[in-house]
Design a protein around this ligand. Structure first.
Ligand code: CTP
Length: 427
């Protein structure tokens, strides 16, 4: 069996799997130490070098220190599709150093070597560690590319100030290997145990899960609704829409046809039909219409419970005096969807609470006629509104309760879909 095949890693499935990408910068020498640190921490490290990176570091160094043979080309492995294997096996892909050129190619979605192909092929969290001269680091093209990547959820370990190649001093020096290793290990700890320890993450398992929503239509709401007071003011809440968008992205990845009804300015997941709405009434109209043909409906949105009874046509001015704001209730969309639910359809609600979380979520589960309530204690650190991470308890109408520990919103989305799949099988 050739080194670096899937079977080699399956021999120790409890190890998290990290692809270490190295592009062509002088900081590539620090990637050697990063590799060593990750291996020492119990990580299976698959080194992937660009051709030009070998002008700075030798392939043999990574062969010796990594967990499998270094790869550089889509053509040089026994497996016919190494980037797919690497992309699917990875729990994290870390690129250190990430040159200006690598960032540009990744941001543009180019896939012209094994590293960029792996980056485009993976659904795992990606960490980039930029390293370049100060002038390059500050160039708008580099900053724009980085902003694009950040908007897509890529993690950045920013460069530090210090000595650069050629004796210059400034910003752009790659972060220290210890800092980068800490970030990678932190993300691995945030990945749910089933994924990080590969207890169910072999190639066949992830392939099965990858398509377990194929043929299904899912409709998801996301974000906080905005209820106008006048043309310039509105009432809203702290919901960012990140969890709803992550649910849409994960469902699409797993093969579903996805409709996302959203108020949020978060990036639109690729391959998803997006319906933009603003108010609770608009969201209700879109959800009721699209849910009628759906197999799964998820109300992840934070719908305003009240809206101003009167919307002023023109801007209110201070000189008009303090306006009297009379509110009226909005319709409960989820309860309405529960009443209209068609046979076999699975309905999922969210309950963002700050106290008595489980009791309140369980009460809403019963009152709204849903199969699954995702209970969120939004008072906990790193949980809920606007965070990139979440921690939830999945309360089933069948009395089951499953804790999903603190994880990325994408991982939480997968945990919700895992549960929905079991519900679909019994509906
Ligand atoms: N929801 C809805 N329509 C509303 C209010 C809430 O569809 N007008 C949905 C939310 O999308 C969520 C679930 O109901 O899936 C629970 O929302 P939450 O705001 O936690 O509960 P409320 O029903 O508003 O009750 P309370 O005000 O007591 O928290």
């Amino acid at each position: 069996m050739a080194p670096g095949t899937t079977t080699e890693h399956e021999a120790d499935q409890r190890q998290p799997f990290v692809v270490l990408g190295v592009s062509a910068g002088i900081a590539a020498y620090k990637a050697v130490e990063l590799c060593r640190r990750l291996v020492d921490a119990g990580v299976h490290v698959a080194p992937v070098l660009t051709e030009r990176a070998t002008r700075f570091v030798g392939r043999a160094t990574f062969d010796a220190l990594g967990s499998e043979k270094t790869q550089m080309s889509v053509w040089d492995e026994v497996s016919p599709i190494p980037h797919t294997r690497l992309g699917q096996s990875a729990d994290v892909v870390v690129v250190a150093p990430a040159t200006a050129d690598l960032l540009a190619r990744y941001a543009a979605g180019m896939a012209d070597d094994l590293l960029t192909t792996t980056l485009v092929a993976t659904a795992a969290p990606v960490v980039v560690c930029p390293a370049m001269h100060t002038e390059m680091w500050e160039h708008p093209s580099v900053q724009d590319n980085l902003a694009t990547l950040v908007a897509r959820g890529v993690h950045v370990v920013p460069p530090e100030d210090g000595r650069l190649a050629g004796g210059d001093v400034g910003s752009g020096r790659m972060a220290e290997p210890a800092t980068i290793a800490a970030k990678v290990l932190e993300i691995l700890a945030l990945t749910p145990p089933g994924k990080a320890n590969h207890s169910q993450g072999n190639a066949a398992g992830s392939e099965d899960r990858a398509q377990d929503l194929a043929g299904l239509t899912v409709v998801i709401s996301a974000g906080g609704t905005r209820e106008a007071i006048d043309p310039v003011r509105f009432i809203t809440n702290r919901s960012s829409g990140k969890q709803g968008h992550a649910l849409a992205d994960a469902a699409r990845r797993r093969g579903a046809q996805v409709v996302l009804v959203t108020t949020s300015a978060q990036p639109r997941p690729v391959g998803v039909e997006v319906i933009e709405v603003e108010t609770a009434a608009q969201m209700e109209a879109a959800m009721v219409e699209r849910a009628s043909g759906a197999d799964v409906v998820v109300m992840a949105a934070a719908v305003a419970d009240f809206r101003p009874k009167e919307i002023h046509d023109v801007k209110l001015h201070k000189s008009d005096g303090i306006p009297e704001l009379i509110l009226e209730p909005t319709n409960d969309i989820l309860a309405e969807l529960g009443r209209r639910r068609r046979p076999g359809q699975v309905l999922v609600g969210f309950a963002a609470e700050t106290h008595d979380v489980h009791e309140r979520a369980a009460a809403k589960l019963a009152a709204k006629g849903v199969h699954l309530m995702v209970a969120n204690d939004v008072s906990a650190p790193g949980v809920g509104f606007d965070h990139d991470t979440n921690e939830v308890t999945l309360l089933g109408a069948d009395g089951t309760s499953t804790v999903v520990p603190l994880a990325s919103k994408s991982a939480v989305a997968d945990a919700v879909w895992d549960r929905v799949c079991t519900l679909l099988a019994t509906e």
